[in-house]
Each structure stands twice: as C-alpha cells, then as structure tokens.
Design a protein around this ligand. Structure first.
Ligand code: MCA
Ligand code: AMP
Length: 508
C-alpha cells in the first residue's frame, strides 16, 4: 500500500538537502528539515486524537510550520481543513461544527475566543503561531522525526475547502488525494516546472491558489519557494530577482504595475507569471506586456475543481481568455435551463469533468446533486463560451458572487447579516468596480418606516460577524430597492447606479 499524495509531493524528498523554502529573513529550510518537522507534527496530530479520515481545522498565519501541518495531515491520512485567517470566531463556529473537526489549531491570540466554540463542538483546541510556537509545537517538540506514513488510496479525502453558496451557507468541498495529485501533475507539465524553479510565493495558503496550485506544483517539481507572509509590493520587488516564476491574483499585478520599479530589467530573468482566481482585465495583460515584455499566463479554476483551463505555455496567451481545457479535463457550454450543449461559440453555462473534479459537498447530498451531474460534469456557475480556436472565455457569472482581490464573497451571506441590523427593512449587496481589488462590496439598505439607520454602528457590528474582506466598503441608504415585475431585486440596476462609487463617491 502507499499514500500517493504524500509519496509524490513529500516523501520522495525525505533525504533531500536541497532548499524548499527561503524565508524573508534570508534563512533557508531544506526539504529534509521540513519533513522532520512534518513527522513530529504527524505524531502530535495522532496523539491529539485524530484518526485517518478525521478533520483537522486550522486558522493560523502563513509560515513553514503552517505548511508542515498540511504535510502532516497528508502523512497521517487526516483531512486538512484550512480556514481564512480573516474569519471571525462567529464564522469559525460554523466550520468547526459542520466539519465535525476533531482538532482545531489556531493562533494563540484567538485561543480564548475559540475555546468555548471548540469545546461546544467536542473538538480539541491547540495553538501554533507564525514563529512556530504554541501548545501544538510543544506537543510535537519531543516526538520522533520519522512517522510511518498512513496508507491512503487515490479516492480517499485529503482536504476540505469551504466555499460559500448563494444561500449564504458555506459548503465543504471534499477533495481527494487523486483530485489534488492529478491536477498538480498536469500543471507541472503544462507550465514546465522543474527543480530549477524558484517560485515567489506571496499568496495565502488557505485557498486552492496558494496551497494546491502553487505549493503542490513546486513540491512535485522539487523546486523552492521564496515564502512571503503576504503580498507586499516592496518585498515582492526586492525578492523578484531571486525568483524564476510567480503566481498571483490580478490585484498583485495591478499593484506591481503601479510601481515604476517594476520594469523590463527587474523581470528580464523571469520565466513565467501566472494569474488567476479573478478576471485579469485585458488592459492589464497589455500593460504588463508593454512594461515587461512578458505575457501573463491566465488560467481558470475553482475550489471544487482545482484548475480547469489554462492559456498555453508556448503559443498565444490571449488576453481576456482563460485558454484551453487542461489535458484530461473536459469543458462544455450548456443551456442553463435545459443542460443541453449550445452551438459552438455561443454563451452558456460552463461545465467541467475530469480527475480534478471534487467528490461532492460534505454532508450536503442535495447541494452536491444540484451542481455535480451523475455523468461527472460539474456546473461551475460561470457563464462563458469556447471560441473558434478553442479558447475558453468567461463572460459573466450565473451565480450571485463578488470576487474582491481574489476572495469570494457571496452577497446573500452579507445581506443576511445586514437584514438583522436595527432599523433595516431589507438590503441588497452588490459588487462594483474597484481600482485595487477589481470588484468591491457595496451594501444598499432600506430603512424600516420611520426608522433611522446608523451605518457606523452597523459597520462595527459586522466586524464581529464577518471577515473584513466581506464587509461592505460602502453602505448607502435608499428609500426602496429597484424591482422587476416579478418583485425580484434588479441588482444590475444597482450595479449601474453605484458603478463609480469607488472612483467618484456618491452621496448616501
Ligand atoms: C484585504 N482586505 C480586503 C481584501 N484583502 N478587502 C477586500 N478584498 C480583499 N481581497 C481588507 C483589509 O482587511 C484592509 O481592511 C483593507 O482591505 C486594505 O488591506 P490591504 O492591506 O490593502 O490588503 P492586503 O493585506 O494587501 O491584501 C490584499 C491582497 C489579498 C494582497 C489582494 O487580499 C490577497 O492576498 N488576496 C489573494 C486571495 C487569494 O489567494 N485567492 C485565491 C482563492 P481595513 O484596512 O479596512 O481593516 S482560490 C480561487 O479563487 C480559485 C480556486 C482560483 O482560481 O485560484
Ligand atoms: P472559488 O470558489 O474561490 O474557487 O472561486 C472560483 C471562481 O473564481 C470561479 O467560479 C470563477 O468565477 C472565478 N475565477 C477563477 N479564475 C478566474 C479567471 N481566470 N477569470 C475569471 N474568473 C475566474
């Protein structure tokens, strides 16, 4: 027996003295060092009560140790459940309960707030901070530096990633070892990664992009990563000369283009820039090429599917498209009402099938059945077309979703929180253009008759309930919401009305 994901990504580097991570202070960690920590962590996870198939929820800052928790889960056959560090305790309550987590790892600063929540759901709670200290690190300190890797099959679960839904409730997307490994193998080949590559890693590691796309591919390649705690323009510019490749969301690239130091000389040695998670404006693509001579490679993925399509490595990387279906991935365009394929070149709902497509939503068979067809096609909720040359273009979303700086916000979740506020009769949450985040959140509020709405106190209350990136950056109060004859709120009208709110503020 074996553990395909562990063996391919981690195990084969066990003796390697090659650099795996370069840290901001200039220190380096070899693959072998990293895997010794991984083994100690795997023992600590088992000692804390996790058996294969159990869920370990983590909300910790980005660090080599945080990555070792992921590796340790894979080695121990435990399902890894990373959570955005911006989530509030109120949001975590839901994830811990819904996933039935056995163990929760958090930053020591969140310990007191999470203690009653973890206890209430029967989960153990331990701490690990950015410096690699905390009760979990102490429990792992004297553990052996080797661990007998737990046998797993390709269809055993490796990770849950929660993704919000149009109803406002997050769903745990179940990803198997085979889902993750097959996609990493395809990307390695498609994007020509090798052990010579050094990836500049400034993405968070609690989402598909930073964890599975960037990290898994680099582990498979046996290359190294310049591992930055977050995206910071100065640091990225300082470290770029030591990298060969970079992956980012469009905001990374627009921020770099806003800086004159980011030019042809700085990037001349770079092999590849990849963009994804949100639409890259064709204009940004063109500006990037004019400034650096590089054509950004844009690709398209989802939490449920990993990567689906990519522009070519060789050949034309076309602005405004997400390229071709990856090898082994089928993409079709269907009529959203009937599910039948539309004629070539027409816009419809994008559906994907392949070894990358997830196993379903954790304990939500109805939601799984609604989005994952019996024949294996997953209904992405994105609207697009395939052009005559085979390039996939995303032209819109069939789902009510806002993508801000690469983070997804489902308006329904924010509307539910706004509707509960004193004096609010109803609300509508929309995404409008934002110069830095691509899109940003506006909340439109209708007061109850004769009531006053206090937007400041609403802002404070939302701070307790919702992660900062989900909170409206602008709240406006109106007498009523525009509705169609069926009574449905016309969000397109609101989007038009507030389209320039982040460039020319309108009066509320
Ligand atoms: C931070 N803030 C945000 C965002 N990030 N608000 C809206 N949208 C955001 N994305 C808040 C901060 O809390 C702060 O609030 C204020 O906005 C300004 O923060 P700033 O310092 O400018 O932000 P930052 O820390 O520099 O972060 C911006 C960022 C970051 C670097 C763009 O959001 C980021 O790393 N995004 C990447 C997300 C990602 O990895 N997505 C992949 C998902 P205040 O000052 O008011 O307190 S995976 C996926 O989508 C699929 C599978 C795929 O295809 O990849
Ligand atoms: P998530 O659920 O966080 O994985 O976000 C997935 C969604 O991000 C997709 O359904 C798309 O709407 C969007 N997305 C990802 N990559 C791209 C891209 N290159 N262009 C446009 N939208 C994208």
């Amino acid at each position: 027996m074996a553990n395909p994901l562990y063996d391919s990504l981690f195990g084969r580097h066990a003796q390697a003295q090659t650099t795996f991570l370069e840290l901001p202070d200039g220190s380096k960690l070899t693959h072998a060092d990293f895997l010794r920590t991984t083994a100690r962590y795997a023992h600590a996870i088992v000692t804390a009560g996790c058996a294969p198939g159990d869920r370990l929820a983590v909300q910790i800052e980005k660090s080599p140790e945080a990555l070792a928790v992921y590796a340790a889960c894979v080695q121990a056959g435990v399902v890894f459940l990373p959570l955005n560090t911006a989530y509030t305790p109120a949001e975590l309550d839901y994830f811990i309960e819904n996933a039935g987590a056995t163990l929760v790892l958090c930053d020591p600063r969140k310990y007191e707030a999470l203690k009653p929540i973890a206890e209430g759901h029967g989960a153990a709670l331990m701490t690990l901070d950015r410096a690699g200290t905390g009760s979990f690190a102490e429990a792992a300190e004297h553990q052996p530096e080797t661990f007998e890797t737990v046998d797993r099959a390709a269809d055993d679960l490796a990770a849950f990633l929660y993704t919000s839904g149009t109803t406002g409730r997050s769903k745990g997307a179940m990803l198997s070892q085979g889902n993750l490994l097959s996609n990493a193998e395809v990307l390695l080949d498609y994007w020509r990664f090798s052990s010579d590559d050094v990836l500049l890693h400034a993405l968070p590691i609690f989402h598909t992009h930073g964890l599975f796309v960037a990290t898994n591919v680099m582990l498979l390649a046996g290359g190294s990563m310049i591992f930055l705690p977050k995206f910071d323009t100065d640091t990225v510019i300082a470290r770029l000369p030591y990298a060969t490749t970079m992956m980012g969301v469009p905001t990374f690239y627009t921020r770099l283009l806003d800086d004159d130091r980011f030019d042809r000389d700085l990037t001349a040695h770079m092999r590849l820039f990849v963009s994804g998670s949100a639409p890259l404006l064709a204009d940004t693509h063109r500006q990037f090429e004019a400034r650096t001579g590089h054509r950004i490679l844009e690709r398209y993925g989802m939490t449920e599917t990993n990567m689906n399509t990519s522009n070519p490595y060789d050949g034309d990387r076309r602005a405004g498209t997400v390229g071709f279906p990856l090898p082994g991935v089928e993409v079709k365009v269907t009529d959203p009402e009937t599910g039948t394929e539309v004629a070539q070149g027409e816009v419809g709902s994008l559906e994907v099938r392949g070894p990358n497509v997830f196993q379903g939503y954790w304990q939500m068979p109805e939601k799984t059945a609604a989005e994952l067809r019996e024949d294996g096609f997953f209904i992405t909720g994105d609207l697009g077309l395939i052009d005559a040359q085979g390039y996939v273009q995303i032209v819109g979303r069939g789902k009510d979703l806002i993508i801000s700086g690469g983070y997804n916000i489902y308006p329904k979740e924010v509307e539910l929180a706004l509707d509960e506020q004193p004096g609010v009769l109803e609300s509508a949450v929309i995404g409008v253009p934002h110069p830095d985040f691509g899109e940003s959140v506006v909340g439109v509020l209708v007061p109850e008759p004769h009531a006053e709405i206090n937007t400041e106190s609403i802002g404070r209350d939302l701070g307790e309930k919702l992660a900062r990136f989900k909170q409206p950056k602008k709240l406006v109060v109106v007498d009523s919401l525009p509705r169609n004859t069926m009574g449905k709120v016309q969000k397109n009208v609101l989007r038009d009305t507030y389209a320039t709110v982040f460039s020319e503020p309108v009066e509320s």
